[in-house]
Design a protein. Structure first.
Length: 151
């Protein structure tokens, strides 16, 4: 594996897989060095693998964790919290992106205690993308904004 590769883990719930796949596509357009793990695509977990082991392996080596909260109830889902806890245990700061229509009050602790990135916080999530080395052009920024708006 190339030492320059940035390893990104995208956490999401199964019903929101199409948003996660699109997020992965946009990330890959922003960096030729991004290696993205997404449990719901056909590339990240080979057929016959034990999926829990593959998820934990990817969590143990990722440089960044992005969490996509597409629907209000997803913030309370066990797997989302498991993956965030795993990454926090490694000292990573999860980048939790909250899609449109989800109020702050929907979050309970411990997620309520983490700085969240809301869909309308364009300057904030653009800063986060830039800090990790993603080159987001204006057209791709617009595509991210449309994705997070969840139409």
């Amino acid at each position: 594996m190339d030492e320059r590769q940035m390893k990104i883990f995208i956490s999401h719930v199964a019903p929101s897989a199409r948003y996660a796949v699109r997020f992965k596509e946009l990330i890959e357009r922003c960096s030729k060095d991004a290696k993205v793990f997404l449990s719901s695509d056909w590339e990240s977990i080979p057929s016959g693998s034990i999926w829990l082991q593959e998820i934990e392996r990817a969590l143990s080596v990722c440089d960044y964790l992005f969490v996509l909260i597409v629907e209000k109830d997803e913030a309370a889902r066990p797997w989302i919290n498991y993956e965030i806890g795993y990454a926090r245990g490694r000292g990573l700061l999860p980048k939790i992106i909250v899609f449109s229509g989800i109020p702050t009050a929907a979050f309970e602790y411990p997620l309520r205690g983490i700085h969240l990135l809301f869909h309308g916080d364009t300057n904030r999530w653009m800063l986060e993308f830039k800090q990790i080395g993603l080159l987001v052009t204006p057209d791709i920024q617009n595509e991210f904004a449309k994705l997070f708006e969840k139409r």
